[in-house]
Design a protein. Structure first.
Lengths: 355, 801
């Protein structure tokens, strides 16, 4: 056996045992130190006969690499074991709670208004607003509801002065008047907002929300009204088909007027919209009365169109299964948290209304 | 308006079923509100007689009655009515019956120790009338019905139809029948109303005063002499009972019947009680009379009254008086059939707060040409039932009704409805509805039936045609997905942004009422005017809110009471500065209570404080695109904030209005409203004061530039007087050289040991960087010295060594 083979076998066997870092360092210096066994062999190369020198050098290099690799890997193994041991000691109970966070929510009425705006945006409506305090003229007279009209009885009105000239708007329809007085036709707007009636029980609250719609152009007829509302209701309830019924009704500011019912049924105590044999009234609409157009200086022989008014709270209740209208305004933390929406859930055209 | 199918069939020949009827009514705009069966349970309510009454042993006001409920059955019933007496015929409800008014099921019950088997019912409990004092008193004619059901077995259901205010003609069964017939639901039965041919003179003189504001334009009447008033015959009683009305006497029942049948309100006077003839005039201020509802009414001037020599007999078209009312012993009847102006009726009724069936009809508009028909129909019935002689009809008028005419362009129909019907069809529908139709070149010349006050122009005709042809014929025209204008304007976008920005900081959005409790509002009113609601729903909701805080505090307190301690809520909405349209502002108002990190294993808890509120306000404004470099903050705030721990934010001082307040809510307010929380802070952002962005997001992204040269950080500690603001130091340092001072941060505030009493130490870290070169020690030393010198000179600070 050659010297080289002897060295190799001896140290391979030494390195195969369980060693600590100082023992490995000792081996390292025994082999590769200044007078280490391998270093010594390298010094011998010059003295070997030329015919064997090449093979010797090659063998020596192989052995050197082999031993060096083994020592390196042994060292790494030890180092990583040492780190692992340290980390093991740092282990914590990861099931402890995270640092506290709070979550804000958007009120379901606000979310519903954004949904409505998003849907109508797609078919070209823009959003208009008006003040909560209105004058008698904009709220009633301009809307073809003169004083002493019995239709005024249908609106229990909050007044701010004894002469009953200033009031809290009973519907969003005065925004129609303001918009048409301000601009020139065509008009294509929706106007969501707060409305007020002095009425208070389980299904009525003194304040509620409506969205007004108005589309006036040269040849807008009842078919456009029907198509628009059918589109809206389907988009809003996120269904492909909806059972819907237009039936004649009366509002002083539209003629012909209609109320719209949608079909529903109760399944396991939950309301299913769009099917079934029950009808639920959800909105009032009609063709804007020529008298209203005259009042806002729009020529009814040239322009015509439709208007509608929808109860926003009602829509939210139906869509999200909320039973009690009063709860909307009661600010109960538990309710807000349950029915509220994450502020990042913004209804948009491209994302759609829901996640 | 309540009808039955049976009654409808008096006017309508049809083979169709009730189910079809209900559908068709709704389809033509006569919305069916409810359908109630009047048979069924109601058969349990029996005619009964009280045989004996005894005082209840344990209660002064109660009686124990022995009640004969027929077939020799006697029941003991405890009753509290004063009119419960021996011999009274009344209505008995056995255990198991459901009381129509309360919808409660009766059970055998012990009342103060005495067992009561059933109940004796008042009229109001049976929904017969509003009469709730005492139990129902039946006339002796009912004696033969003891033990039988009071309500008739009827196959016809009560159909309650909601009649819109434009359709007074449908407040009579015939009007409804006419609409149905026009829509193809059967055929309208011809009424053969024969005129009264009488030679008897009408001996009571009637005069309508021609005066300003006279509410009566026509007054028709006839006398019926020598009548014998009695109970109504069975057919008439049955009719009234079938729609839930209570028969009274033949004469009253007949006037009611005619009103319900053909929508012609009438009034019957006892002619012998009228002093010398009738004058219809305006009332004088202070006149009084007792109406048939047994209330005394004091009149203002100008109300339309029917009077005689002695004074007011009744309010025309609204309610009669007791003085001239008919009774069972009435011998001579004056029957009135008049026309009253809707406006006059409405004014009077509103002022007196009176609502009657007649008023409801007259204020909507009664057929002015039905005066004679009504008299004919009712007088003949009275004669038939009560005997007597009918006089000639007398009609006094101060105005003659003019038939309305409309020239209708048939093309308008399709222009508005979007679908077509033939001219023939149009003509048919209109004729069925009572219109006169003549073709004239391109137009239809129409005469409007006198019972349709709602029709005066072409669009009214379109409505009739669409309504009767059916709304289902209207096509669906798909909306075009095209947007020519932006959906939201800049203000609305900002509203939307702020709303979601605040919510994303842990605030729950609330929506509270625009009105509030005066007591709370006063705390947050500051210098604003109180705006009262004249007719509030309750005194706690009596004023428009001057600040959103009042409501947020009320509801925050409710939530604290529910046991939630750490809570942030906000609202974005209007506050009111005055009672006129437009005197309102949109405010984002937030309120936080309690602690941060309560009961946390990892973080130390602390009270929520003014700097939490400040962060939420500033961060929100920065997110909304405002430049925080330009912000200016001082401590001028309204009196509802803690005077030392609150601030005011300007986005651009001197150039724009104040943008927001933030701070602790004044501790006195918390004390006064008894609010228990560790801390309460809030903020208000005034949207109307925020300048709307003029630049697009694209414009805002200016050229991207940065410096790669090394930056250095230098720390300074200055000792300043307490009244010097940190902001002053920051501004001072920033202004030294904007090209070198990149960032200024306050990292410590110290007051106490080693620092004079009225002074404080503020530690500031300044980041210095040039965009042209790496600064060497000499450069840095120079700027260091400049910072120290400037701060010391401008603020009186001393560098701490």
């Amino acid at each position: 056996m050659s010297d080289l083979k002897k060295i190799k076998d001896e140290f391979l066997s030494k390195l195969s045992g369980k060693l600590d870092i100082s023992e490995i360092n000792q081996i390292k210096s025994d082999l590769f130190g200044k007078s280490g066994l391998i270093s010594t062999q390298f010094k011998k190369i010059g003295t070997i006969a030329e015919s064997e020198r090449k093979k010797f050098a090659s063998d020596l290099n192989i052995i050197k690499d082999e031993l060096q690799d083994l020592i390196n890997s042994k060292t790494n193994e030890l180092k990583s074991a040492e780190i692992n041991e340290k980390l093991e000691k740092e282990k914590i109970d990861i099931t402890l709670p995270e640092r506290s966070f709070v979550r804000g929510k958007i009120h379901p009425v606000s979310q519903t208004i954004d949904e409505i705006s998003s849907i109508f945006s797609e078919i070209g409506f823009s959003v208009e607003e008006g003040p909560d305090v209105e004058n008698e003229y904009n709220n009633f007279t301009a809307l073809n509801t003169p004083e002493n009209h019995p239709a005024r009885d249908m609106h229990d009105t909050f007044y701010l002065d004894e002469k009953k000239q200033k009031l809290l708007r009973t519907h969003t329809s005065p925004v129609q008047i303001r918009t048409m007085l301000k601009d020139k036709p065509p008009f294509k707007i929706i106007a969501p907002g707060r409305t007020y009636r002095s009425d208070s029980d389980q299904t009525h609250s003194p304040m509620f929300h409506q969205v007004e719609g108005l589309h006036i152009d040269k040849d807008i007829n009842m078919g456009h009204l029907k198509g628009c509302l059918d589109y809206f209701i389907k988009e809003f309830f996120e269904v492909d088909k909806i059972k819907m019924r237009f039936r004649p009704s009366h509002f002083p500011f539209t003629e012909p007027s209609a109320e719209v019912d949608i079909g529903y049924e109760m399944k396991d105590g939950k309301i299913i919209i769009g099917e079934g044999n029950q009808w639920l009234e959800i909105l009032g609409c009609g063709m804007v009365h020529p008298n209203v157009l005259k009042n806002v200086k729009v020529d009814p022989s040239k322009f015509q169109g439709y208007a509608f008014g929808i109860g926003i709270d009602r829509l939210a209740m139906l869509k999200y299964g909320i039973n009690d209208l009063r709860a909307f305004f009661d600010c109960d933390y538990r309710w807000l948290n349950h029915f509220g929406f994450d502020p990042l859930d913004v209804p948009t055209n491209y994302r759609g209304l829901s996640r | 308006m309540i009808i039955t199918f049976d009654w409808l069939k008096d006017h309508l020949k049809t083979n169709l079923k009730e189910k079809n009827l209900l559908e068709q009514l709704t389809n033509i705009g006569l919305e069916v509100e409810s359908v109630e069966s009047i048979s069924g349970d109601n058969e349990l309510f029996k005619v009964a007689e009280i045989i004996k009454t005894e005082k209840h042993p344990n209660a002064d006001r109660l009686k124990v009655c022995d009640v004969n409920i027929g077939e020799n059955e006697i029941k003991k019933v405890v009753c509290g009515a004063e009119n419960a007496r021996e011999g009274l015929l009344t209505i008995y409800a056995p255990p198991g019956a459901i009381i129509p008014k309360t919808k409660k099921k009766l059970v055998v019950a012990k009342i103060r120790g005495v067992t009561s088997y059933g109940m004796l019912c008042s009229e109001s409990e049976l929904n017969l009338s509003d009469e709730s004092v005492g139990i129902t008193e039946l006339t002796k004619e009912f004696r033969k019905n003891i033990g039988k059901s009071y309500f008739l077995k009827s196959k016809s259901n009560l159909i309650d139809i909601s009649i819109t205010p434009n359709r007074p003609d449908c407040l009579g069964v015939r009007g409804i029948a006419r609409d149905l017939a026009a829509s193809g639901f059967g055929k309208l039965v011809d009424l053969e109303e024969k005129k009264i041919h009488s030679k008897n003179k009408h001996t009571l003189k009637v005069k309508i005063n021609k005066e300003k504001g006279q509410g009566c334009t026509a007054f028709g009447s006839c006398l019926i002499t020598n009548v014998k008033n009695s109970e109504s015959p069975k057919w008439l009683k049955d009719k009234l009972i079938s729609i839930g009305q209570k028969p009274i006497s033949a004469i009253v029942d007949i006037t009611n019947y005619v009103m319900l049948d053909i929508n012609r309100p009438l009034h019957a006077y006892d002619a012998d009680k009228i002093e010398k003839g009738i004058i219809v005039r305006n009332s004088h201020s202070g006149e009084e009379f007792i109406a048939l509802d047994n209330k005394n009414y004091k009149l203002e001037s100008g109300m339309c009254v029917i009077t005689d020599n002695k004074g007011v007999l009744g309010l025309g078209g609204i309610i009669g008086g007791t003085r001239s009312g008919t009774e069972f012993n009435t011998k001579n009847v004056l029957l009135e059939s008049a026309y009253f102006e809707p406006g006059s009726i409405r004014n009077t009724a509103k002022k007196l707060n009176l609502d009657t069936d007649a008023k409801f009809r007259f204020e909507r508009g009664i057929d002015p040409l039905s005066i004679e028909d009504g008299l004919n129909k009712a007088a003949k019935l009275i004669k038939e039932i009560c005997g007597g002689e009918i006089s000639k009809i007398d009609i006094q008028k101060i105005e003659t009704y003019k038939i309305k005419k409309i020239a209708f362009d048939p093309n308008i129909f399709e222009k508005i409805s979007g679908f077509k019907i033939s001219l023939k069809e149009m003509t048919q529908i209109l004729e069925d509805l009572g219109f006169g139709v003549k073709k004239d070149k391109k137009r239809l010349k129409l005469t409007v039936p006198s019972w349709r006050p709602d029709i005066s122009q072409e669009v009214d005709i379109v409505e009739e045609l669409v309504r009767i042809s059916g709304y289902e014929k209207i096509k669906y025209i798909e909306p075009i997905k095209q947007r020519k204008k932006p959906t939201l304007n800049k203000f609305q976008k900002l509203f939307h942004f702020l709303q979601r920005s605040i919510a994303s900081k842990g605030y729950l959005e609330t929506i509270t009422w625009s009105f509030t409790d005066k007591r709370y509002n006063d705390h947050f009113r500051d210098e604003k005017k109180e705006i009262k609601i004249i007719n509030p729903i309750s005194s706690e909701l009596g004023v428009l809110r001057n600040s959103i805080f009042s409501n947020l505090i009320i509801y925050m307190n409710k939530n604290l009471d529910r046991g939630f301690k750490d809570l942030s809520i906000f609202e974005i909405g209007p506050i009111f500065n005055g009672p006129n349209p437009g005197e309102q502002n949109t405010v984002v108002c937030g309120l936080s209570a309690g602690k941060k990190s309560r009961l946390s294993w990892i973080e130390k808890d602390r009270n929520i404080d003014v700097f939490d509120a400040k962060r939420d306000v500033i961060q929100t404004l920065v997110e909304a695109g405002y430049d925080s470099q330009k912000f200016f903050i001082d401590s001028e705030t309204p009196n509802y904030y803690h005077p030392g721990k609150s601030g005011r934010v300007f986005l651009n001082y001197g150039k724009e209005q104040m943008a927001a307040y933030f701070g602790e809510i004044h501790p006195n307010i918390l004390k006064q409203i008894d609010m228990k929380t560790e801390a309460l802070v809030g903020f208000e952002i005034f949207m109307d004061n925020l300048k709307l962005p003029e630049k697009t997001l694209n414009d805002l992204k200016v050229k991207f530039s940065f410096s790669d040269y090394q930056k250095s950080q230098r720390d300074f500690a200055f000792i300043v007087n307490k009244d010097v603001n940190a902001q002053d130091l920051i501004n001072c340092i920033t202004s030294i050289d904007k090209s070198l001072v990149k960032d200024v941060k306050v990292f410590d505030l110290y007051q106490g040991d080693n620092i004079p009493e009225n002074q404080k130490s503020i530690a500031i870290s300044v980041t210095i960087q040039s965009s042209e070169k790496t600064l060497n020690e000499a450069d840095l030393e120079q700027i260091n010295n400049l910072i120290i010198k400037t701060v010391e000179n401008k603020t009186g600070a001393k560098i701490r060594s």
